[in-house]
Design a protein around this ligand. Structure first.
Ligand code: UDP
Length: 386
């Protein structure tokens, strides 16, 4: 631990544009003649929305939900207890389950309760971000369902999507993710994860450190970031969560290098501490070794005008435009060498690229189109879709 304090459980400042509305499922508005949609936003049961610290899906759901409300839609957020939004917020379980992520007991419970509320013609569309249960059961629902793919395909999830994918409109978060999808899965669009740029300010003047932010796993490469920063001769700040099962990796690969000076580990960060870390870093290092389906940390860095130096894996090849928003490099030595080239990257160009591709309004508009197409396709009777 060091001078950059961890702030694990403080949410980003929340400024409602009007008081959050209470549960109103009994009086949901009829289909709007103005084109406003009645959207059930189904978040996972694990972590509140917005995420107080680590929580990629919850961060995405929060930004998109607020943008859809601002765009005039009637949105109901079905999420873990502790969630806050300008949408109607409905929490279904008694507690969040941050230490039991993907435990089917909680997911099935959460989704079954959500489906019981969703039935009955109160919604035009369900937007599902919640693992597997809702997609597998989507053909039992009398409402169109749009499912966003948030994870990497593995052998078992690929088989799952091959079997159940036709039950919903499935949206990918990168072209790289689509390339890994099973042939049987029809993906209707690739829509990047959103960021609300108002929460992230452009910072031109950087401090003398490199940054790595993520989960303490081999695939995210915190140990490779240490090697790259050492090669560059620049201090490194590591920020992230040690999830269940990751302690041994941390103790073996990271802890021996943490000296509070050349390598600092600040633990899980959130809120202003996190934004400041991103904003003042010379670059974000992404020495990933996996098919990264998106990589929200890259967009967060770019939003502050902080370039990204990444290995050319998965969606890094879409978010890092070599020579414009950072550099794509082959290994740790090349990553270290690229640090000396950072003055070639203009912070304003990084932010402008994110504004054009991932700004929450751009993303919300793309989802609106998918919602309308999906609702239109739903007019055929259930039996014909079997
Ligand atoms: N994150 C955070 N605090 C941390 C570590 C990560 O808030 O200590 C956030 C990070 O800012 C990003 C998300 O968690 O919004 C991680 O998303 P990403 O897509 O980069 O990685 P993954 O979903 O694969 O873990």
């Amino acid at each position: 631990m060091d001078s950059v304090a961890a702030e694990p459980h403080r949410a980003a400042p929340y400024r409602p544009s009007h008081p959050p509305r209470g549960l109103s499922l009994g009086r949901a508005a009829p289909r709007s003649p103005t084109g406003a949609l009645r959207i059930a936003m189904l978040a996972p049961p694990w972590i509140p929305v917005p995420a107080p610290g680590y929580g990629g899906v919850e961060t995405v759901v929060s930004a998109l939900t607020e943008a859809l409300v601002e765009r005039g839609h009637d949105v109901t957020l079905l999420a873990a207890p502790g969630s806050r939004s300008n949408a109607h917020v409905v929490t279904l379980l008694d507690a969040a389950h941050p230490d039991e992520i993907e435990r089917s007991l909680h997911e099935a419970d959460h989704v079954a309760r959500a489906f019981a509320l969703i039935e009955g013609g109160q919604f035009d569309v369900v937007h599902d971000h919640c693992g597997f249960t809702a997609l597998a059961m989507a053909d039992r629902l009398d409402v169109a369902l749009v499912h966003t793919l948030h994870g990497q395909f593995t052998e078992s999830t690929a088989a799952f999507y091959a079997h159940h994918g036709h039950k919903a409109a499935v949206v990918a978060i990168s072209r790289a993710q689509i390339e890994c999808a099973p042939a049987e899965l029809h993906v209707v669009a690739a829509i990047p994860n959103p960021i609300d740029l108002r929460a992230w300010s452009l910072t031109e003047r950087k401090d003398d450190y490199l940054l790595w932010v993520g989960r303490m796993t081999e695939v995210k490469g915190p140990h490779r970031a240490i090697a790259a920063a050492r090669a560059a001769g620049v201090p490194l700040v590591l920020a992230g969560v040690i999830q269940p099962g990751q302690r041994a990796f941390y103790e073996r690969e990271i802890a021996p290098h943490v000296d509070g000076e050349r390598v600092r580990f600040v633990g899980e960060v959130g809120g202003e501490v996190k934004r400041s870390l991103f904003a003042h870093a010379r670059a974000l290092l992404m020495p990933i070794r996996w098919e990264e389906p998106f990589g929200m940390v890259m967009v967060e860095a770019l939003a502050c005008g902080t370039p990204v130096i990444a290995f050319p894996e998965g969606a890094a090849c879409e978010l890092v435009v070599d020579g414009l928003t950072g550099f794509l490099v082959a290994d740790e030595a090349a990553m270290g060498a690229a640090v000396s080239q950072l003055e070639r990257i203009a912070p304003a160009a990084c932010r402008a690229w994110v504004a054009g591709h991932c700004d929450v309004d751009v993303v919300a508009s793309a989802y609106e189109q998918v919602f309308r197409d999906t609702i239109g396709a739903r007019v055929q009777p259930l039996a014909a879709r079997a």
